[in-house]
Design a protein around this ligand. Structure first.
Ligand code: SAM
Length: 295
C-alpha cells in the first residue's frame, strides 16, 4: 500500500467531529443530478461505492448485508408478496432481492433520480444483477411522493429504500404523518411496510427513534431491527410496520420456508441472523420507549 499521503480520500462525516476515511482507488463519476450530488468511486477495501450528497448508499463489499436485511424479514412476514412496491432503491439491489422470490408477480420501483439508475446500470451492474431487465420489474423514474398520491394499487410489502430525510434531500417530504397514512392506504391486509431508518448507534439514534415514534401512531406493531454495516461504519437500523405481525417473534420455520423459496444463496440472512437483527440492546430499547419528537 502506498503511504497515506499519496491517496485521495472520501471522508464521510457522521457528525461535525466524527469521520470515516476511505482511500479512493478510482473515480467513475462525480457530478450533480437534478436532485443530488452523485459520486461513484472505488475503494481498496469496500470496492465500488455509490455516494449521494456525501452519504454512502452502499458498497460492493457489503451491500448484501444491507439489502438482505431490508427486504427479507418483511417478505418472510407478509401475508402476500405477489405485489411489492419499492420507494427509492436506485442501485437496483433491493429490486434484485425482492425478485429472488418466485412468488413475486410484480415489483414496482419508484426512484426520483434517473441519473442514479443509469449510473448504477453502467458502473454497478453487480447490484441489480439483471433485475432492471426482469419482466416482473416495473421501474418508474419519478417522485415517490407523487406516485403515492396517484396510485391506487395494493401491495403486500412496501419497502422504503430512500435517502436519509435530511433537509436538502429529495426524500425529506416523504417522512410525515400524511405520507405515512398514504403508504398505509396502499398496504394490503396482512401487509408489511419496512423502511431503512437511519443509524441505531447510541450517540446517533435520535432520527431513528423519531421515525419509530411517528409510525407507532399508524401501526399496531412498529419493530426496530439493526445490523452493523461496515461501509457505513455504524449500526444501521430499519423499521418493520404491521397491524398483524410483530416481526421480532417470527417463527424460525416460517423464515426457513421463505428462504428455501429464494433463488440463489443468501449471504447474510437466515433464521439465526433474524434473531440477532431483532435482539436490541437495552440502551436502544430505552431510547425507543422514551417520549420525544415526532415528524
Ligand atoms: N441505502 C441507502 C441509504 O443508506 O441511505 C438508500 C439507498 S437508495 C440509493 C436511495 C434512493 O432514494 C436514491 O436513489 C434517491 O434517488 C432515492 N430518492 C430520494 N428521494 C426520493 C423521492 N422523493 N422519490 C423517489 N426516490 C427518491
Amino acid at each position: 500500500m502506498p503511504k497515506t499521503e499519496f491517496w485521495q480520500w472520501y471522508v464521510e462525516e457522521s457528525a461535525p467531529t466524527e469521520a470515516h476515511h476511505h482511500a479512493i482507488s478510482r473515480v467513475f463519476f462525480e457530478g450533480r443530478s437534478d436532485f443530488q450530488q452523485v459520486s461513484v468511486i472505488e475503494t481498496p477495501v469496500f470496492g465500488k461505492m455509490l455516494i449521494l450528497d456525501g452519504d454512502t448508499q452502499s458498497s460492493q463489499g457489503d451491500e448484501k448485508i444491507y439489502h438482505e436485511t431490508l427486504v427479507h424479514p418483511a417478505m418472510a412476514a407478509a401475508r402476500s408478496i405477489e405485489e411489492v412496491l419499492i420507494l427509492g432503491g436506485g442501485e437496483g439491489a433491493t429490486l434484485r432481492e425482492v425478485l429472488r422470490h418466485k412468488g413475486v408477480k410484480r415489483c414496482t420501483m419508484v426512484d426520483i433520480d434517473g441519473l442514479v439508475i443509469d449510473l448504477s446500470k453502467k458502473y454497478l451492474p453487480e447490484w441489480a444483477d439483471g433485475a432492471f431487465e426482469n419482466p416482473r420489474a416495473n421501474v418508474i423514474v419519478g417522485d415517490a411522493l407523487a406516485y403515492l398520491r396517484e396510485d391506487r394499487g395494493q401491495y403486500g410489502v412496501i419497502i422504503s429504500d430512500l435517502t436519509e430525510p435530511l433537509e436538502d434531500s429529495p426524500s425529506n417530504l416523504l417522512f410525515n404523518h400524511d405520507v405515512f397514512a398514504d403508504i398505509k392506504a396502499r398496504l394490503a391486509p396482512g401487509g408489511v411496510y419496512v423502511l431503512q431508518a437511519s443509524t441505531a448507534a447510541w450517540h446517533n439514534a435520535s432520527l431513528h427513534c423519531k421515525m419509530a415514534r411517528t409510525l407507532r401512531r399508524h401501526y399496531a406493531h412498529v419493530t426496530s431491527f439493526f445490523t452493523h454495516v461496515p461501509a457505513f461504519d455504524t449500526d444501521w437500523a430499519f423499521l418493520a410496520c404491521s397491524d398483524e405481525i410483530d416481526l421480532s417473534v417470527l417463527a424460525r420455520e416460517r423464515i426457513d420456508s421463505y428462504c428455501s423459496q429464494l433463488s440463489g444463496e443468501n449471504f447474510f440472512y437466515d433464521a439465526q441472523t433474524h434473531a440477532r437483527l431483532f435482539s436490541l440492546p437495552l440502551y436502544l430499547r430505552r431510547m425507543l420507549a422514551a417520549p420525544g419528537a415526532t415528524f
